[in-house]
Design a protein around this ligand. Structure first.
Ligand code: UD1
Length: 432
């Protein structure tokens, strides 16, 4: 077990290089199991979720080889269809993409349901299952496993209208449909950049997917996907997290290797908050010299403000002048992290899916416990901005999605170090 010790209260200066997008990588790796032939994936982030999914592919018989730290070669030609056990599936929600990928390639999938409820509420997959059923699969959930089998051995193209805009359901159905017989039309789909990235990956392997990034995706099934090379897009949320850190701490940081267009919804809010943003090629120069100004944020599906950024923005807004309101319309109870902020001196009231933040002049260092990935990132930002020393435990959540977070924060002048917690020292819990 590791904890982070953060000495806060300093502005940040320098450059940070953004890694490949976690939410694209965790879908593209399962997608690679559908490919017959070697498939080279570049710009893979070095994060624990990626290691876990590559491990699942290896357990199923894929050949996985790192060409360099950010390029992996996967050959699933001889992959066997097998059960994905709870032990692997429970540690990464994206393991549900194994369902669409195995069902698409073999007409049969048997995958443990991902465990936990990261955001303090349920995370249903009914829309994923509705899509598989519409494609002609018989789907059963028993003993914590989803078993899906294509009637007649192969899925059949169809029309599907999602009741709810869902990133996971859009990708899972797209995976399954890419090797189905005939045309599948999926309406009311999610439009996040990583949806487009997964579609581009599949197309570069021989799939025929049109419309990713719009409300309607059309997939003409192909009998086989072949190998190729693909590079994952930069991580919008990692970039936004470092932008929020500059907003909270002040200073000037160049956020390098991004797609500025993907950052528009975040950059616009930052500007309202008094943060200066200049676009230079594939970088953003982010600086904050004056006071932070209050704003309201409504988390919505893309191109709206991403729910995965609301905790990090809340960290900065704790220090803004005036009252800010954050509404999360995607996850209705994603505010567990606010209890930790309150212990640093923040003034926040939560009412259902609303958080009302009265800005304070300063936060003070405290013992903090990360409760999910983005909440952990938000605590890191609060700790960097706070006066004094903070200790953050449960950092395995942060390491699920942020590559070399210690190195990147240090490179921009943040004082942070990782310390191993001896087994006998109890982890300080604030979950109460
Ligand atoms: C993905 C992201 C997660 C992000 C979320 C929303 C990955 C690995 N994770 O999660 O970081 O916070 O998108 O941008 O990419 N819903 C249903 N039924 C379903 C599926 C979803 O009702 O079958 C609801 C959910 O409860 C939620 C909303 O739809 O309220 C959006 O969920 P969804 O987009 O599916 O999130 P994930 O794919 O799980």
């Amino acid at each position: 077990m590791t904890k982070y010790i953060v000495e806060g209260g300093r502005p940040l200066f320098g450059e940070v290089h953004i890694s490949g997008a976690k939410n694209a990588a965790v879908a593209i790796i399962p997608a690679a199991l559908m490919v017959s032939g070697p498939c080279r994936i570049e710009n893979i982030p070095q994060i624990s979720d990626v290691k876990l999914l590559l491990g699942i592919l290896q357990d199923l018989g894929a050949n996985v080889r790192y060409v360099n730290p950010h390029t992996v070669e996967i050959d699933s030609t001889k992959l066997r269809n097998g059960r994905v056990p709870y032990e692997s599936a429970r540690r990464c929600r994206a393991s549900y993409y194994m369902l669409g990928a195995l069902l698409g390639r073999f007409g049969l999938a048997d995958v443990a349901l991902p465990g936990g409820c990261d955001f303090g509420g349920t995370r249903p997959i009914d829309q994923h299952l509705k899509g598989f059923r519409a494609l002609g699969a018989q789907v059963d959930t028993q003993g914590g496993f989803v078993m899906a089998e294509a009637v007649g051995g192969r899925l059949k193209g169809t029309s599907i209208f999602l009741d709810k805009v869902s990133v996971g359901a859009t990708i899972n159905i797209m995976l399954a449909a890419s090797m189905a017989e005939g045309l599948t039309v999926i309406e009311n789909v999610a439009k996040e950049p990583h949806i487009v990235d997964v579609a581009n990956f599949l197309n570069s392997m021989g799939a025929n997917i049109m419309g990713a990034g719009t409300d309607v995706i059309k997939v003409r099934g192909v009998p086989q996907l072949r190998g190729g090379t693909y590079s994952i897009i930069p991580d919008q949320i990692e970039a936004g997290t470092y932008m929020a850190a500059v907003a909270a701490c002040g200073g000037e940081v160049k956020i390098c290797n991004i797609i500025p267009k993907h950052m528009d919804c975040i950059s616009a809010k930052m500007c309202e908050m008094g943060v200066d943003i200049q676009e230079v090629d594939d970088s953003l120069l982010v600086s904050r010299i004056g006071p932070l100004i209050r704003t309201n944020i409504k988390a919505l599906p893309y191109p709206g403000f991403p729910t995965d950024m609301q905790p990090q923005m809340a960290a900065a807004l704790c220090l803004a002048q005036g009252t800010s309101i954050i509404t999360d319309s995607v996850w209705s109870s994603r505010f567990r992290y606010t209890d930790e902020f309150k212990r640093m001196g923040a003034q926040i009231q939560v009412d259902g899916n609303l958080a009302i933040i009265e800005g304070v002049d300063r936060l003070t260092g405290a013992q903090l416990e990360a409760c999910d990935l983005r909440a952990g990132a938000a605590m890191l930002i609060a700790a960097l901005a706070a006066r004094g020393i903070s200790e953050i435990t449960n950092v395995q959540y942060i390491e699920r999605g942020y590559e070399d977070v210690i190195g990147k924060i240090r490179a921009i002048g943040g004082r942070i170090r990782a310390v191993e917690i001896p087994e006998e020292e109890p982890v300080i819990s604030s979950a109460g």
